[in-house]
Design a protein around this ligand. Structure first.
Ligand code: FBP
Length: 255
């Protein structure tokens, strides 16, 4: 049966907005960083389902494990990876899962990271082109993580660099861009204005007060963001707090 990318995207972003739970961190940062937190796939799936997320971003191993637990919750499989065991100068993510593999387990979309500005940017652009060809073939929407990197940057949260990375993501074929928050509404409004596809915001490192997380969500939504793809700020809390916070985020994003 013919299925368009748009139809699949609408299953995740019914009103053009989305609250996605992100969980690729044990690959990117390693388990010991999350000592004391239950990072089992089953727990994260339960938080996503009970918190009524619009989707969950995971690697293929987690996707296979949670598939039967999540019911209709759309799974977005992340295709690229790097670990923190490699040198900080080695800013590249390699393809570790194919679009076909993601589709075969029932994923509704795929995700991949591109580090714009990295010394290895050219390789990453080539990797994205390979992913895009396959994603187009299988009609899978692409959630592209547009993250600035590189020696020219003082910080990866530099507002102009985030604006630039998000724009490039839209130009080269990301269906949805996920990027960092710039830290203030004014600069983030420029990121959204110049990025002609929906922009989701990453949550970043855990913020202790929930009200401060919700304030960021209010702020980004007020300047036109399409929602969040948030991880640590949700699942690093106790189960009930995580679930309630997700619901609160939902209330703001979908209002
Ligand atoms: P968070 O909401 O926890 O920041 O998760 C979003 C995310 O994009 C993850 O998917 C990814 O592992 C992480 O941020 C990467 O963050 P960083 O580039 O700071 O390592």
């Amino acid at each position: 049966m013919f299925e368009s990318k748009d139809k699949k995207l609408r299953e995740i972003m019914k009103d053009g907005k989305a609250v996605i739970l992100a969980f690729d961190h044990a690959v990117e940062h390693g388990p010991s960083v999350y000592e004391g937190i239950d990072i089992s796939p089953e727990r994260i799936a339960k938080i996503a389902v009970e918190g009524k997320a619009d989707g969950i971003i995971v690697h293929i191993g987690v996707a296979k494990r949670i598939k039967r637990l999540v019911g209709n919750l759309p799974i977005i499989v992340k295709l690229t990876a790097r670990t923190s065991l490699t040198s900080d100068d080695n800013q590249i993510q390699q393809i570790v899962t194919s679009v076909k593999e993601a589709k075969d387990i029932g994923a509704k979309a795929i995700a991949c990271t591109t580090y714009f500005g990295s010394d290895r940017e050219a390789e990453m652009l080539k990797i994205f082109e390979e992913i895009k060809q396959e994603a187009n073939k299988y009609k899978m929407p692409i959630f592209g993580f547009a993250y600035p990197r590189g020696k020219k940057l003082k910080s990866k949260y530099d507002a102009d660099a985030i604006r630039y990375a998000a724009r490039v993501g839209a130009e080269i074929g990301f269906d949805v861009v996920k990027t960092y928050y710039t830290g203030d509404k004014e600069s983030f409004s420029k990121v959204v204005k110049d990025c002609f596809v929906p922009v989701l915001v990453a949550g970043g490192p855990k913020i202790s007060e929930e009200k401060d997380v919700l304030k960021i969500v209010e702020d980004i939504m007020s300047v036109g963001a399409a929602g969040v793809a948030i991880g640590r700020n949700v699942w690093m809390r106790k189960d009930e707090e995580a679930i309630n916070l997700l619901k609160e985020i939902r209330r703001i994003v979908h209002k």
